[in-house]
Design a binder for this molecule. Structure first.
Ligand code: ZN
Length: 279
């Protein structure tokens, strides 16, 4: 159970906690490297997919508008035809009228139908103009849609290549990160994650390097360095808030410390030889 586990984790020494945390940091940094390699590609793919979806909607809408315009135009032509038929009929009737009243009534009808035809023709003309405009917009949208789809395929291919290459490695690292996280108590883990989220380089735990914080490179006073090396307390950098550790924290068999010591002794020797020669 989580609580029990956390209680057990509380029993760890500070040194053990710091060791777990540092190992976790190293794994998380490896994961970060892979994520950086993918870079902006996932975002670019997302943006393209969004744009293509938008264009697709636009094309659908234009298509519907064009259909509607064409449908009304057909209807208007039907109306014109009907009006022309009426005029034809009235003209014939005018041949047989018996009085002026009837004649006037019929010629008014003809006049009305002629106005109707004029109006419909005007509307058809307008519709034709709209159709041409919309067809142009449609052409542009389709062209853009095709281009974006080609872009998308390319970016997706690129992304899949990178994911394919690093997928297994990332998976393994994520499992490791989870396991190590489970070995760190909640409070410390939360603090670590919070620092990492706020840090641009993704480092929540850093070593002291040349008397400075390995995260922000500010100098650390000697007494504080001693405290860090004693591994008895969790100490954070007073400038950047990162958790500070000495660089041998995970040097379980002391071999790295030994190698460093030898290297330093060697360089001392070289330096003194040089000084002697110069004398
Ligand atoms: Zn710092």
């Amino acid at each position: 159970m989580v609580t029990d586990n956390n209680e057990k984790l509380q029993d760890l020494t500070v040194e053990e906690k710091l060791q777990n945390l540092y190992e976790l940091q190293q794994i998380d940094s490896e994961i970060n490297k892979i994520v950086t390699l993918r870079g902006e590609l996932p975002l670019e793919v997302q943006d393209l997919e969004d744009e293509i979806a938008g264009l697709s909607t636009r094309i659908e809408n234009l298509k519907a508008e064009l259909e509607e315009l064409k449908k009304t135009t057909v209807q208007r032509n039907v109306d014109i035809k009907r009006a022309e038929d009426s005029i034809h009929k009235y003209s014939e009737q005018m041949q047989d009228v018996r009085n002026n009243r009837q004649y006037d009534a019929l010629s008014k009808e003809v006049e009305f139908q002629n106005l109707e035809i004029e109006l419909q023709k005007k509307r058809i003309g307008e519709a034709q103009r709209f159709i041409r405009e919309k067809e142009m917009l449609m052409e542009e949208a389709v062209k853009r849609y095709d281009e974006k789809n080609i872009d998308l395929e390319a970016k997706k291919g690129e992304l899949n290549d990178i994911i394919g290459e690093t997928h297994k490695e990332e998976e393994t690292l994520r499992v490791k990160s989870q396991k190590l996280s489970a070995a760190i108590d909640d409070r410390l883990l939360l603090a670590y994650r919070r620092i990492r989220d706020n840090a641009r380089n993704g480092l929540g735990v850093v070593t002291v390097d040349r008397d400075a914080c390995g995260g922000c490179f500010n100098k650390i006073p000697p007494q504080r360095q001693l405290d860090i090396r004693s591994r008895k307390k969790i100490i954070v950098c007073e400038y950047c808030g990162r958790i500070l550790i000495d660089k041998y924290i995970c040097d379980y068999d002391g071999s790295r410390a030994q190698a460093d010591l030898e290297a330093r002794a060697e360089s001392q020797k070289r330096k003194s030889r040089r000084t002697k020669r110069e004398e």
